[in-house]
Write a protein that binds this ligand. Structure first.
Ligand SMILES: CC(C)(COP(=O)(O)OP(=O)(O)OC[C@H]1O[C@@H](n2cnc3c(N)ncnc32)[C@H](O)[C@@H]1OP(=O)(O)O)[C@@H](O)C(=O)NCCC(=O)NCCS
Length: 171
Protein backbone atom coordinates (compact mmCIF):
# COMPACT_ATOMS: atom_id res chain seq x y z
CA UNK A 1 0.00 0.00 0.00
CA UNK A 2 1.29 3.47 -0.77
CA UNK A 3 0.02 6.96 -0.09
CA UNK A 4 0.26 9.40 -2.99
CA UNK A 5 -1.31 12.49 -4.50
CA UNK A 6 -4.68 12.15 -6.22
CA UNK A 7 -4.33 11.40 -9.94
CA UNK A 8 -6.79 11.67 -12.80
CA UNK A 9 -6.95 7.87 -13.23
CA UNK A 10 -8.36 7.54 -9.69
CA UNK A 11 -11.73 8.76 -10.94
CA UNK A 12 -13.29 5.36 -11.68
CA UNK A 13 -12.14 3.45 -8.58
CA UNK A 14 -13.05 6.32 -6.25
CA UNK A 15 -16.50 6.72 -7.79
CA UNK A 16 -17.04 2.95 -7.49
CA UNK A 17 -15.93 3.06 -3.85
CA UNK A 18 -18.31 5.93 -3.18
CA UNK A 19 -21.29 4.35 -4.90
CA UNK A 20 -20.65 1.12 -2.96
CA UNK A 21 -21.48 3.07 0.23
CA UNK A 22 -25.12 3.13 -0.92
CA UNK A 23 -25.17 -0.69 -0.87
CA UNK A 24 -23.32 -0.76 2.44
CA UNK A 25 -25.77 1.57 4.17
CA UNK A 26 -28.63 -0.80 3.28
CA UNK A 27 -26.88 -3.53 5.29
CA UNK A 28 -25.49 -1.21 7.96
CA UNK A 29 -27.89 1.66 8.60
CA UNK A 30 -25.39 3.16 11.08
CA UNK A 31 -22.68 3.66 8.43
CA UNK A 32 -20.96 6.81 9.64
CA UNK A 33 -20.73 8.90 6.52
CA UNK A 34 -23.40 11.27 5.29
CA UNK A 35 -24.82 10.47 1.89
CA UNK A 36 -26.97 12.31 -0.62
CA UNK A 37 -30.58 11.09 -0.71
CA UNK A 38 -29.86 9.38 -4.04
CA UNK A 39 -26.57 8.10 -5.50
CA UNK A 40 -24.89 10.91 -7.44
CA UNK A 41 -25.06 10.84 -11.22
CA UNK A 42 -21.94 10.44 -13.37
CA UNK A 43 -22.12 14.17 -14.08
CA UNK A 44 -22.25 15.02 -10.36
CA UNK A 45 -19.36 12.66 -9.66
CA UNK A 46 -17.36 14.24 -12.47
CA UNK A 47 -17.96 17.71 -11.06
CA UNK A 48 -16.99 16.56 -7.56
CA UNK A 49 -13.82 14.83 -8.78
CA UNK A 50 -12.78 17.79 -10.95
CA UNK A 51 -13.24 20.15 -7.99
CA UNK A 52 -11.13 18.03 -5.64
CA UNK A 53 -8.49 17.40 -8.31
CA UNK A 54 -8.23 21.08 -9.21
CA UNK A 55 -8.04 22.16 -5.59
CA UNK A 56 -5.22 19.70 -4.86
CA UNK A 57 -3.23 20.43 -7.99
CA UNK A 58 -3.59 24.20 -7.72
CA UNK A 59 -2.36 24.02 -4.13
CA UNK A 60 -5.45 25.40 -2.42
CA UNK A 61 -6.38 22.02 -0.91
CA UNK A 62 -4.97 18.56 -0.31
CA UNK A 63 -6.05 15.19 -1.71
CA UNK A 64 -4.20 11.95 -1.03
CA UNK A 65 -5.04 8.44 -2.11
CA UNK A 66 -4.14 5.03 -0.72
CA UNK A 67 -3.16 2.76 -3.60
CA UNK A 68 -3.27 -1.02 -3.25
CA UNK A 69 -2.33 -3.26 -6.20
CA UNK A 70 -2.51 -0.28 -8.55
CA UNK A 71 -5.99 0.77 -7.46
CA UNK A 72 -7.18 3.63 -5.25
CA UNK A 73 -8.79 2.14 -2.12
CA UNK A 74 -9.07 5.28 -0.01
CA UNK A 75 -9.17 9.05 -0.23
CA UNK A 76 -8.50 11.79 2.30
CA UNK A 77 -9.04 15.37 1.20
CA UNK A 78 -8.84 18.70 2.95
CA UNK A 79 -10.56 21.73 1.43
CA UNK A 80 -10.44 25.38 2.49
CA UNK A 81 -13.46 26.15 4.63
CA UNK A 82 -14.12 29.33 2.70
CA UNK A 83 -12.53 31.76 0.29
CA UNK A 84 -12.25 34.67 2.73
CA UNK A 85 -11.27 34.90 6.39
CA UNK A 86 -11.83 31.19 7.06
CA UNK A 87 -9.36 30.02 4.45
CA UNK A 88 -6.78 29.13 7.13
CA UNK A 89 -9.22 26.38 8.17
CA UNK A 90 -9.20 23.11 6.24
CA UNK A 91 -12.16 20.73 6.24
CA UNK A 92 -11.15 17.07 6.17
CA UNK A 93 -13.03 14.13 4.70
CA UNK A 94 -11.90 10.50 4.58
CA UNK A 95 -13.19 7.20 3.30
CA UNK A 96 -11.56 3.79 2.94
CA UNK A 97 -13.15 1.10 0.75
CA UNK A 98 -15.11 -1.57 2.53
CA UNK A 99 -12.97 -4.68 2.80
CA UNK A 100 -9.81 -2.59 3.21
CA UNK A 101 -10.64 -1.09 6.59
CA UNK A 102 -8.91 -1.93 9.86
CA UNK A 103 -5.53 -2.42 8.17
CA UNK A 104 -3.96 0.94 8.96
CA UNK A 105 -4.94 2.60 5.67
CA UNK A 106 -7.10 5.30 7.30
CA UNK A 107 -4.34 6.28 9.69
CA UNK A 108 -1.74 6.42 6.89
CA UNK A 109 -4.09 8.48 4.71
CA UNK A 110 -4.73 10.98 7.49
CA UNK A 111 -1.05 11.27 8.27
CA UNK A 112 -0.28 11.87 4.59
CA UNK A 113 -3.00 14.51 4.32
CA UNK A 114 -2.07 16.32 7.53
CA UNK A 115 1.61 16.41 6.60
CA UNK A 116 0.60 18.18 3.38
CA UNK A 117 -1.64 20.61 5.28
CA UNK A 118 1.26 22.13 7.17
CA UNK A 119 2.03 25.58 5.79
CA UNK A 120 -1.34 25.61 4.02
CA UNK A 121 -3.85 25.47 6.90
CA UNK A 122 -3.59 26.40 10.56
CA UNK A 123 -6.63 24.45 11.72
CA UNK A 124 -8.10 21.24 10.34
CA UNK A 125 -11.70 20.50 11.24
CA UNK A 126 -14.04 17.62 10.58
CA UNK A 127 -17.44 16.36 11.60
CA UNK A 128 -18.24 12.79 12.53
CA UNK A 129 -21.36 10.87 13.49
CA UNK A 130 -21.42 10.47 17.27
CA UNK A 131 -21.85 6.70 16.88
CA UNK A 132 -18.91 6.31 14.45
CA UNK A 133 -16.54 5.06 17.12
CA UNK A 134 -13.78 3.70 14.81
CA UNK A 135 -13.50 7.10 13.11
CA UNK A 136 -13.63 9.06 16.38
CA UNK A 137 -10.93 6.86 17.90
CA UNK A 138 -8.74 7.43 14.84
CA UNK A 139 -9.25 11.21 14.94
CA UNK A 140 -8.53 11.43 18.66
CA UNK A 141 -5.35 9.43 18.23
CA UNK A 142 -4.32 11.85 15.47
CA UNK A 143 -4.63 14.81 17.87
CA UNK A 144 -8.16 16.02 17.07
CA UNK A 145 -10.31 17.23 19.96
CA UNK A 146 -14.06 17.63 20.15
CA UNK A 147 -15.23 21.24 20.29
CA UNK A 148 -18.96 20.74 19.99
CA UNK A 149 -21.88 18.50 19.20
CA UNK A 150 -24.89 19.34 17.09
CA UNK A 151 -27.77 17.34 18.53
CA UNK A 152 -29.73 15.61 15.76
CA UNK A 153 -27.23 16.99 13.23
CA UNK A 154 -27.83 14.06 10.87
CA UNK A 155 -31.24 12.80 9.78
CA UNK A 156 -31.10 9.39 8.13
CA UNK A 157 -34.54 8.34 7.03
CA UNK A 158 -36.55 9.05 10.19
CA UNK A 159 -33.70 8.63 12.65
CA UNK A 160 -31.49 11.36 14.10
CA UNK A 161 -27.80 11.02 14.91
CA UNK A 162 -25.76 13.63 16.78
CA UNK A 163 -22.95 15.24 14.81
CA UNK A 164 -19.62 15.75 16.61
CA UNK A 165 -17.24 18.52 15.50
CA UNK A 166 -13.50 18.07 15.98
CA UNK A 167 -10.49 20.24 15.32
CA UNK A 168 -6.73 19.94 15.26
CA UNK A 169 -4.44 22.96 15.46
CA UNK A 170 -1.39 22.35 13.29
CA UNK A 171 1.89 23.26 14.91
C1 LIG B 1 -13.09 5.70 9.49
C2 LIG B 1 -12.16 5.02 8.47
C3 LIG B 1 -11.68 6.06 7.46
C4 LIG B 1 -10.94 4.46 9.23
O1 LIG B 1 -10.08 3.86 8.27
P1 LIG B 1 -9.38 2.44 8.56
O2 LIG B 1 -8.46 2.16 7.43
O3 LIG B 1 -10.43 1.44 8.87
O4 LIG B 1 -8.57 2.82 9.90
P2 LIG B 1 -7.21 2.16 10.39
O5 LIG B 1 -7.14 0.71 10.07
O6 LIG B 1 -6.08 3.02 9.96
O7 LIG B 1 -7.38 2.30 11.97
C5 LIG B 1 -7.08 3.52 12.60
C6 LIG B 1 -7.67 3.57 13.98
O8 LIG B 1 -9.09 3.65 13.91
C7 LIG B 1 -9.64 2.94 15.00
N1 LIG B 1 -10.40 1.82 14.46
C8 LIG B 1 -10.39 1.31 13.21
N2 LIG B 1 -11.28 0.31 13.09
C9 LIG B 1 -11.87 0.20 14.30
C10 LIG B 1 -12.91 -0.63 14.83
N3 LIG B 1 -13.52 -1.55 14.08
N4 LIG B 1 -13.28 -0.43 16.11
C11 LIG B 1 -12.69 0.50 16.87
N5 LIG B 1 -11.71 1.31 16.43
C12 LIG B 1 -11.31 1.16 15.17
C13 LIG B 1 -8.51 2.48 15.85
O9 LIG B 1 -8.20 3.50 16.78
C14 LIG B 1 -7.39 2.38 14.84
O10 LIG B 1 -6.14 2.52 15.40
P3 LIG B 1 -5.31 1.22 15.88
O11 LIG B 1 -5.35 0.23 14.75
O12 LIG B 1 -3.95 1.77 16.17
O13 LIG B 1 -6.04 0.72 17.07
C15 LIG B 1 -12.88 3.83 7.75
O14 LIG B 1 -13.37 2.97 8.73
C16 LIG B 1 -14.02 4.26 6.83
O15 LIG B 1 -13.80 4.67 5.69
N6 LIG B 1 -15.28 4.13 7.31
C17 LIG B 1 -16.46 4.41 6.50
C18 LIG B 1 -16.57 5.87 6.13
C19 LIG B 1 -16.42 6.77 7.32
O16 LIG B 1 -16.92 6.50 8.40
N7 LIG B 1 -15.68 7.87 7.11
C20 LIG B 1 -15.46 8.86 8.16
C21 LIG B 1 -16.52 9.87 8.12
S1 LIG B 1 -16.27 11.10 9.38
Amino acid sequence: MRIRELQWEDFHPLVENYLALYEEVKEHPDLGISLFPHPPTVLEETEWFARVFKSAHSGSGVAVVAEENGRAVGLCDVQPKGPQETRHVGVLGIVVARGQRGRGIGRALMQGAIDRCRGKFELVELSVFENNLPARRLYESMGFRTWGTLPKGVKRNDRYINLVFMVSELK
